[in-house]
Design a protein around this ligand. Structure first.
Ligand code: ZN
Length: 139
């Protein structure tokens, strides 16, 4: 069995952002040389997510609105977590609902997606360097 590991780094200019990372994960798969197996992609921070959905700007706007309704950033005093001196109580909750990781099957050297599926990095407390882990196993 072959194994491959890589960290992808991100530093968003905004507090919240969605980034399509499908091509970067595809590059990792090519680099790994693995034809049949599984790829795990996970955010290595508790205020960011990796998720799969449609690459459609309206949908990303809807996510932003929906997440702000569920866990508004302001007022920051509404979160017990922020009593620690942080201001990212909302980002932890947003990460929880959007998920930590995705697993994708690899078939004949390709990411075996359903229709319209793309991989996204969801940042909820950006403006600093953060990582995503790509782990691929198979043969
Ligand atoms: Zn925090």
């Amino acid at each position: 069995m072959k194994s491959y590991r890589k960290e992808l780094w991100f530093s968003t200019s905004k507090r919240r952002e969605f980034i399509n990372i499908t091509s970067q994960v595809t590059d990792c798969l090519r680099e790994s040389g693995i034809q049949e197996g599984l790829v795990l992609v996970n955010a290595m921070h508790i205020t960011a997510s990796v998720f799969i959905n449609d690459n459609e700007s309206g949908l990303h706007h809807d996510y932003e609105q929906w997440l702000e309704k569920l866990a508004p950033h302001e007022p920051i005093s509404q979160y017990r977590h922020n009593l620690t001196g942080e201001d990212n109580g909302d980002a932890h909750l947003k990460r929880q609902i959007m998920g930590r990781e995705v697993v994708i099957a690899i078939t004949q050297g390709k990411l075996d997606f359903g229709p319209w599926e793309q991989i996204f990095y969801g940042e909820f407390d950006g403006r600093r360097r953060k990582r995503v882990l790509v782990k691929i196993i198979g043969e």
